[in-house]
Design a protein around this ligand. Structure first.
Ligand SMILES: Cc1ncc(COP(=O)(O)O)c(C=O)c1O
Length: 364
């Protein structure tokens, strides 16, 4: 196609997003019925009943655009996090905000720094704006903040911190971030992607929100309703940052970047603390079960603070992925991160976890 020469060179550097296979796809492709999906870190317990009720009640209004300022939602998110509505920017999934940040900061040839094994969308969103990606290797499966500091140059504009990190499930700690943030030039945006923060139980966890509240003008926190809140299919995420950052992200985003159903579901889910706490507790039990069973199987398991676990099966993970898939168990091989013998598995219901372990035992 000769027309293609008109495309921006940056788009040729991007990769297609590799999503976890859906249950529908596996049913279609393999003709299987009894499938468990433990590949995309979704909440296996479904959405909160309150969120479901709110969505149902909102259904008859979907002929109308949502309110453009999203002010009511912003007020609720602000109150929940102890900030002002001006410190909130919303989007259909935190993915939207990940896309917007490089649009706000990057001129061609400017640099972003992140870990070599982390959530891939930081890299793609930055490349699209002709940014240069600098990778810092993880140290013992964790972000190396000193390594990031050493990588800073006059061209650095964004530091992406996935905390907890996907795919390792590890966190950076408060004492590490405190030593780090003070040394970062003010013009560099430091993004704390906290997609999995509800699952964290380590008291030393560095919650980026604390630094926004401490008036770090360059810190951006990302949150999502896709994981612990069980609303991945509705697409609702948000950022918390200095009001000037939020104002500018709001300006460059598309006007109606949330739908009425997600606007109704988010606050209802936030109000259902008992339900969230039950999901988090069940997840913790499942995480401990998987850790114990996988360790007993002789796998090296990375201790996780999330709803997924990364472990080394000491054999080709893509081959194992195919064998598990053929038996109706969908997991994520970690080869995309260069971890060719590692599997990332989402913590499911206890029944799903047991099915996964039994199937794995037979396939290893
Ligand atoms: C670390 C991380 N950040 C962001 C996202 C995007 O989430 P969403 O766009 O559904 O809010 C994901 C999804 O898997 C993730 O793992």
């Amino acid at each position: 196609m000769t027309h293609e020469s008109a495309f921006r060179p940056a788009v040729f550097k991007l990769f297609d997003y590799i999503a976890g296979k859906t249950i529908e796809e596996v049913k279609r492709e393999l003709g299987l019925d009894n499938i468990v999906k433990l590949a995309s870190n979704e909440n296996p317990f479904g959405p909160s009943p309150r969120a479901l009720k709110a969505v149902t009640e909102e259904l008859t209004n979907i002929n109308m655009y949502p309110e453009k300022s999203f002010l009511d939602l912003k007020k609720i998110l602000a109150e929940y996090n102890g900030v002002s509505p001006k410190n909130i920017v919303v989007g259909h999934g935190s993915e939207t905000i990940i896309q917007l940040i490089p649009q706000l900061y990057l001129n061609p040839g400017e640099e972003v720094i992140t870990a070599d094994k982390t959530y891939g969308r930081y890299e793609e969103a930055s490349k699209l704006m002709d940014g240069i990606i600098k990778y810092v290797p993880l140290k013992d499966y964790r972000y190396d903040l000193q390594g990031i500091m050493d990588m800073i140059s006059p061209r650095t504009k964004i530091i992406w911190l996935c905390n907890p990190n996907n795919p390792t499930g590890t966190i950076v700690k408060r004492y590490e971030v405190e030593a780090f943030l003070g040394n970062i030039p003010e013009k560099i945006a430091v993004v704390f992607d906290q997609a999995y923060f509800e699952y964290v139980d380590d008291p030393d966890y560095a919650n980026g929100l604390d630094y926004v509240k401490e008036s770090y003008e360059n810190v951006i926190v990302l949150r999502t309703f896709s994981k612990a809140h069980g609303l991945a299919g509705l697409r609702l995420g948000y950022g918390i940052a200095h009001e000037r950052i939020c104002q500018m992200l709001d300006r460059i985003k598309e006007p109606f970047n949330l739908n009425r159903l997600s606007i109704a579901a988010g606050p209802a889910s936030l109000s259902d603390e008992q339900w969230l706490s039950k999901c988090v507790t069940e997840n913790k039990m499942g995480r401990e079960y998987l850790f114990k069973e996988l360790t007993a199987l002789g796998c090296h398991v990375v201790a996780s603070q999330t709803n997924f676990i990364l472990f080394d099966v000491k054999e080709d993970c893509d081959m194992l992925f195919k064998r598990l898939l053929a038996r109706g168990v969908i997991i994520r091989p970690a080869s995309a991160w260069g971890l060719d013998t590692f599997i990332r598995v989402t913590v499911g219901t206890m029944q799903e976890n047991k099915r996964f372990i039994e199937t794995l035992k037979e396939e290893l």
